[in-house]
Design a protein around this ligand. Structure first.
Ligand code: ATP
Ligand code: MN
Length: 467
């Protein structure tokens, strides 16, 4: 037999009948009768299976016995027009080789419980389901689109460190990084831990944000973005928080808050459009299976301008809502940090579109945000989305050294660890802005999945770091 090259199922489904093909993949189902078997084969390249038709006159009984759900196969045959498979073509098998058997008795997905919760406990099978195939392909498409968006605009992809000594961003609780023997921690005379004996000679942690380093990049090459793992030891067991997630953080010299908002809006719209253009098969599958409103909701954010509203106006809207009988778990008053119930009220009930909140009380935002003239608010911005709440947090940065130092002192933060950062304001400071988009929050929106654990292949959450 002449050798032919293996091709992916996605590609074969577009091919003309009559073509000789070699396909490899995993068995989704097998059915049929004594004379003929129909095998649904999937290789992860698409949500769709290709049907393999095996005539028992050609394929021996022992091979077909070993073709069970989950087994991996190499199939050689000819494409023929299909009537029953739901696809244009199917493979008339010439030969089948079972690459890896899958014991039908022990196969974990034969169990009745194939809930998303149960799947989280079977790592290998989870990723092989239709749902995770779709999620993983969309996740990839979004990662690619993010790089494309910024590359096309001339941004530089900056790699910021995962291990950092900076703990001053106030973005979240940190995971400490140490090689010290925890059974026998070196102590100083006064009884405190002697970090000079630790690997880096100081206390270090996993990063909660690449922003501060990002600002150094932006004030050097103009426009940068980071895209990497981010760690927060927040004990919030919610469907929107992970202990390890991925964040995209663009940072731009010479951008004010207006430019920043414009970029954020253009960016998320671009990503949603990209998903609609490139991942429709997977979106349609998720839409049918989990969330009938998904595709409609994706389209709904494209055509309209996001609603821009100040924090103070938003508080007034929420107070009016409370006065008219709307109940929130957390009370509303100026100075509070909005909970997702408030964010979702604004987006879903009041405005009916994505919202960009600006001008927050300075006390609920980080030290680096640009201070407004009123002395009590800062130029922060949060982009709020339907079903998710906050998807982006950002700000114009304070570019004045004096104001920044005063704020650091006011917050009783240690300036010592921040001198390298403050130097950007000492040497050629510029107005600049940036924001952080939580990659998995974006994916929650794009896939319509309800739990953030189900848009990342290996979720890390409190008390869970399996696989
Ligand atoms: P939230 O208030 O929702 O906890 P945050 O205000 O702590 O978020 P930022 O510090 O502004 O978040 O981080 C920027 C973005 O990172 C957020 O808008 C969100 O999309 C994402 N993000 C923050 N924390 C998490 C987390 N624990 N898991 C997943 N994504 C997160
Ligand atoms: Mn935030």
């Amino acid at each position: 037999m002449e050798t032919i090259k293996r091709r992916k199922v996605k590609d074969l489904l577009q091919e003309q009948p009559g073509t000789e093909v070699l396909a490899k993949g995993w068995v989704r189902t097998k059915r049929g009768n004594k004379q003929i078997k129909f095998i649904a084969l999937n290789d992860g390249s698409t949500i769709y299976n290709i049907q393999v038709v095996a005539d028992t006159a050609k394929i021996d009984e022992d091979t077909l016995r070993r073709v069970t759900t989950g087994a991996s196969l190499s199939v050689r045959g000819t494409l023929v027009a299909s009537v029953g498979s739901g696809q244009a073509v199917e493979i008339q098998a010439e030969s089948i080789e079972v690459l890896g058997e899958c014991d039908p008795v022990r196969y974990p997905l034969q169990k009745k419980d194939t809930s998303l919760e149960y799947l989280r406990t079977v790592a290998h099978m989870r990723l092989r389901t239709n749902t995770f195939g779709a999620v993983l392909r969309i996740r990839h498409a979004m990662a690619f689109a993010i790089h494309k968006f910024f590359n096309d605009k001339g941004f530089v992809y900056l790699h910021t460190p995962l291990i950092t000594e900076s703990d001053a961003e106030g973005a979240g609780d940190m995971f400490q990084v140490t090689t010290m023997n925890l059974e026998n921690i070196p102590k100083k005379k006064d009884g405190t831990v002697d970090f000079s004996k630790d690997f880096f000679g100081k206390k270090t942690s996993l990063t909660v944000s690449g922003q501060l380093e990002g600002e150094l990049g932006a004030t050097a090459v103009g426009e940068i973005y980071t895209f990497g793992p981010t760690f927060r030891a927040e004990n919030s067991n919610t469907p929107r928080h992970l202990a390890e997630f991925w964040m995209i953080e663009p940072e731009m010299a010479f951008y004010d808050i207006e430019d920043n908002m414009e970029l954020a809006e253009e960016f998320v719209k671009y990503l949603v459009q990209y998903a609609l253009d490139h991942s429709m098969d997977d979106l349609q599958f998720l839409c049918d299976k989990y969330d009938n409103g998904l595709i409609e909701r994706l389209r709904s954010v494209l055509g309209i301008a996001f609603q821009r509203v100040t924090y103070t106006e938003a508080v007034e809207i929420l107070e009016a809502a409370v006065a008219s009988g709307v109940q929130f778990e957390y009370p509303v008053s100026w100075g509070m940090d909005f909970q997702s119930e408030h964010e979702r009220y604004l987006v879903e009930k009041h405005f009916g579109k994505p919202v960009i909140l600006i001008d927050f009380p300075k006390d609920i935002k980080a030290f680096y945000m640009k201070q407004n003239e009123d002395g009590r608010t800062v130029r922060g911005m949060d982009v709020l989305f339907p079903k998710i709440g906050e998807i982006i947090g950002g700000s114009e940065r304070e570019s004045s050294l004096e104001k920044l130092e005063a704020r650091i002192d006011e917050l009783k933060m240690s300036r010592k660890n921040l001198e390298w950062y403050l130097d950007t304001r000492r040497y050629g400071t510029v107005p600049h802005s940036g924001f952080g988009l939580g990659f998995e929050r974006l994916l929650l929106f794009v896939t319509g999945m309800a739990n953030i654990r189900d848009v990342i292949p290996f979720p890390r959450t409190p008390k869970n770091a399996e696989f």
